[in-house]
Design a protein around this ligand. Structure first.
Ligand code: ZN
Length: 360
């Protein structure tokens, strides 16, 4: 195979035990392969990719900024070091001759060098997530792009099979052999930084990405009815839409509706607004303890600021089933439920969708 190794920098530390200290950009060689040098300028924060020449007598190392370094008899055909990229480079592939290479950016954009031909790229192909890999073959003129959803786009003469199932866990890396692919599923990590006005939008984007992965193979819904109020005798304390944020004192989109209960006997129960599956339980910076439910047909509901949750990822829940307790975790000024309904990746106004079942 042309590509003897494809390692992102973060995986290097888990190879072999006990772990030996090595600098980012260090290359280790096994089998019959020779060592042709290390990347002396490897930055600890840059993801890097190593790609062998087809005959194994050299390799290229590319960084996420598109800087390509050559080793052994690998040829230098240029890179993107003079260009400021707005999307990081996520993969590199050698042409069958080894006289050129492709770089792919996270939006699926393709950059060609040497004898590498352009066969097409990711943008405009209706893939809902970022791309994570380019796969090439020493015998095939073309390449395949792998998205974090597990979708595979073939270009040129490449004909690799992709997956048509959904997973909440994105693909982090992929490798191919014959007509198939190995896909490595990884955990998606929410933001863990200090709380700022951007934490809410970051948490919202994290949930958006999660739903992209979990629901990309579902059909869009034409029926968005049948939701039950998640709070008994719900009273709205903040509506959906642009508002002056109570903590950050600046106009921010409120992607859901805030509820308390007006019931004198309220026990704090937060109930599933619709039957479905638990897609995620997270402790997010701004949303606090959060449960995300998937209801099929690209419908999802989000329950934030919970005191605690009592469901697990993958669990099936029935409409009205208690999933947690109202709380004030994350960026919150007091106990309430922040409730969202997401349809085909877009936040919708819960007030208009709860309809008859919703009582003030
Ligand atoms: Zn809210």
């Amino acid at each position: 195979m042309a590509r003897v190794a494809l390692l992102t920098a973060c995986y290097v530390g888990v190879l072999g035990a006990p772990a030996a200290a090595s600098n980012p950009g260090t290359v280790e060689n096994t089998g019959q392969l020779l060592h042709f040098g290390d990347l002396s300028s490897g930055s600890p924060t840059d993801e890097m990719f190593i790609v062998s020449t087809p005959n194994g007598t050299g390799y290229w190392i590319a960084t996420q900024k598109g800087v390509v370094s050559v080793f052994g008899d690998a040829g230098s055909y240029g890179d993107l070091s003079e260009i400021t990229l707005n999307k990081p480079i996520v993969g590199m592939g050698s042409t069958p001759t080894g006289l050129g290479y492709w770089l792919v950016a996270s939006d699926g954009g393709i950059f060609t060098f040497g004898d590498a031909q352009f066969f097409g790229s990711g943008p405009g192909k209706n893939v809902s997530s970022d791309f994570v890999e380019i796969l090439t073959s020493p015998r095939i003129s073309g390449y395949a792009l792998v998205a974090a959803t597990g979708e595979v786009l073939n270009f040129g003469d490449m004909k690799l099979a992709g997956v048509d199932s959904c997973s909440v866990n994105p693909v982090g890396s992929a490798s191919s052999f014959g007509g198939g692919v190995f896909l490595l599923r990884v955990n998606s990590q929410p933001d863990t930084g200090t709380i700022t006005a951007q934490s809410g939008p970051l948490d919202s984007q994290f949930i958006d990405d999660l739903l992209d992965h979990a629901q990309h193979c579902e059909a869009d819904s034409s029926d968005v009815s049948g939701f039950l109020s998640p709070v008994k005798e719900a009273r709205i304390t903040s509506s959906f839409g642009l508002r002056n944020h109570p903590i950050w004192k600046q106009p921010l989109m409120h992607g859901g509706t805030d509820y308390v209960s007006s019931s004198k006997t309220y026990d704090g129960a937060i109930n599933a607004a619709k039957s479905g599956t638990v897609l995620g339980v997270f402790d997010l910076v701004a949303y606090g303890r959060t449960v995300v439910l998937g209801h099929g047909s690209k419908l999802a509901t989000v329950y934030a600021h919970l005191k605690h949750s009592q469901v697990n990822v993958g669990q099936t829940v029935q409409i009205g089933q208690m999933i947690g307790q109202m709380g004030s975790t994350g960026a919150s000024t007091g106990p309430h439920l922040h409730f969202e309904i997401r349809v085909s990746g877009l936040v919708r106004n819960p007030e208009s969708l709860l309809g008859e079942s919703h009582s003030h």
